[in-house]
Ligand binder design. Sequence first.
Ligand code: ZN
Length: 240
Amino acid sequence: MDKISQLQEIINNSKKIVFFGGAGVSVASGLKDFRSKDGLYNMKYPYPPEEILSHHFFINNTEEFYKFYKQMLNTKGIEPNIVHTFLTKLEESGKLTAIITQNIDNLHTLAGSKKVLELHGNINRNYCTICNKFYGGDYIFNSKEIVPKCDCGGIIKPDVVLYEEELDYDTLSESIRSISEADTLIVAGTSLNVYPAAGLITYFRGNNLIIINKDITSFDRNANLVINDDLKRVFSSLKI
Ligand code: ZN
């Protein structure tokens, strides 16, 4: 049996599937992978992306932060792909209990998924650093000023987890709970090198750990099934 048929059989026989997704899921929709070595930032930005997307950089170089942020993380024109829509249908069928994502682009919610645990936040949530007023993503990406400001004059900060910042406690504990109760964990589009992905996977107690990624990961030897292939190709072959 080929690997996609094996995956199909596991999905058919599973009752509580959790999907854990990384940048590869968004890249399949055409989003830029700012972490990749050939990412655009290499040409244009004098700092590495981990530096720009850090807490101290946001505080000290807010204008430089927003120049990068608005160019690299704007999802205008980006649509959910077959991975997102498959997961929405899988959730509707009652088999998928949670999507845990490292992405901040809102594409799972846009595809119609309900239980989406966003470890690193969401670009559509933004708050004034002074009065805490809420602003949507459009306000940030459409603002004429480089640094978006609140009515009160305060600088607005995206509700995304920057380097040096803590993950949201509730999101993290709910992710751990979902993973520990799952019978199948599908990890896709992540090298599992970014904190806290590797740590979360150790909470899995189920039978089927599946890794789908273009490149090999450090967890491949722990998995029951490893598919090193294009995500869109894999998910377009699956049926609910
Ligand atoms: Zn304000």
